[in-house]
Structures are given as C-alpha cells and as structure tokens.
Design a protein around this ligand. Structure first.
Ligand SMILES: CC(C)(COP(=O)(O)OP(=O)(O)OC[C@H]1O[C@@H](n2cnc3c(N)ncnc32)[C@H](O)[C@@H]1OP(=O)(O)O)[C@@H](O)C(=O)NCCC(=O)NCCS
Length: 164
C-alpha cells in the first residue's frame, strides 16, 4: 500500500475480470484510443501479471495493460528479443499527480522482467502528450523513433523504449 500524507492511500494490484467495466470506463474518459471488451479480456487472460489497477477506497482510479511480444530490439535492430509493450495506461483526472501512474508503470515493468522475462519495454505516445512523455522519461524511457501519422486523427507518435 502506497500512502501519501493528506491524501488517500492507493493500492496497486493485478486486475480481475470483474474490474474490466471500470477499466473500460476510465479508458473512455481518459483516452481517444478505445477497445472492445473482448480485447481487454484477452489481454487480461494472456498477460495477467502486467494488467494492473490502482485502487482507492475500493474504487478503481487507474489501470495499465501490456502485452508480451517477440520482435526486434528497439535499440539493436539485429537482435530478436522478448519485449513488453505498454498498450494503455490512464488515471482518472481527479486522482492524477499522486504517483499512481508512476506506480502502475513501475509495477508493470517489474512484472514484465520478473515474470515474463522481457528484456525491453516499449510504448507509443502522442508527441503532444506532455504528462505521459514526462512520466516515461522519468522512468528511463527514451524516444527511439517517430511514427508519422500513427493516430487516427493524424498525430505523430513517439515510440519510446527502455532496457529492463
Ligand atoms: C499520464 C498519466 C497516466 C500520469 O498519471 P499520474 O498518476 O497523474 O502520474 P504521477 O502522479 O504518477 O506522475 C509521475 C510523474 O509523471 C510526470 N507527470 C505527470 N503528470 C504530469 C503533468 N501534468 N505535467 C508534467 N509532468 C507530469 C511527472 O514527472 C511526475 O512526477 P512528479 O510528480 O514527481 O513530478 C495521466 O496523466 C493520464 O491518465 N493521462 C491521460 C491518459 C494518457 O495520456 N495516457 C498515456 C497514453 S500514452
């Protein structure tokens, strides 16, 4: 349990299938990239150790979900590696700047390496998303590529990666 003075404590735990409606609600509130129930459910079924939620007083305030992939290293294009891909992370606006996003990402990175044996983590982020970019840089991610017009509205994405 992580607690902050004068603020409600929060807990990071593995998601359960019964959390998915809450996770989907947070996803719709916080991000334009939304997915079907089947997609969330399949990610949770296949990669439960890196599908985490942040809970405050029994309410889900944030989540992270990731997938384990095999592919070329984001740092050395000639080596094939096990990669942890952060698919989506969000914290409800009223719970932001309390360390939840950072704790969710740190915990997921730990499980990527410790449980799934990933050697690198990577993610895509809108080039304009300063809060997320700052969080990823803080946890050691660096920009390895710009993906032009990656998003449906035409915005570019930075691909950011970190060795685990
Ligand atoms: C990105 C997001 C998950 C961060 O969640 P959060 O719980 O507010 O983040 P934290 O409180 O753990 O912040 C950790 C660090 O991230 C950075 N950060 C977070 N919000 C920031 C902001 N608004 N501006 C600048 N830096 C910010 C800071 O470095 C912060 O560390 P600090 O508090 O010591 O300065 C949250 O803003 C969010 O849900 N955004 C909408 C969804 C989204 O954009 N997801 C990412 C898609 S790629």
């Amino acid at each position: 349990m992580v607690s902050y003075e004068r603020q409600q404590a929060f807990q990071i735990r593995e998601a359960e299938f019964s959390d998915l409606p809450h996770v989907m609600r947070i996803n719709r509130i916080c991000l334009p990239e939304n997915y079907t129930y089947f997609f969330f459910e399949s990610i949770l079924r296949n990669y439960p150790k890196t599908f985490l939620v942040a809970e405050v007083d029994g309410n889900i305030a944030g989540y992270i979900m990731c997938r384990v992939e095999r592919g070329f290293s984001k740092f050395d294009r000639l080596s094939f590696k096990k990669l942890g891909h952060v698919i989506s992370i969000a914290v409800l606006p009223e719970y932001r700047r309390r360390g939840m996003g950072e704790s969710l990402l740190e915990s997921a990175l730990k499980a990527m390496k410790g449980h799934y044996g990933c050697e690198e983590a990577y993610l895509e982020v809108r080039v304009s998303n300063i809060p997320a970019l700052t969080l990823y840089r803080k946890l050691g991610f660096t920009v390895v590529k710009t993906a032009r017009r990656y998003y449906i509205d035409g915005e570019d994405a930075y691909v950011m990666a970190k060795k685990l």
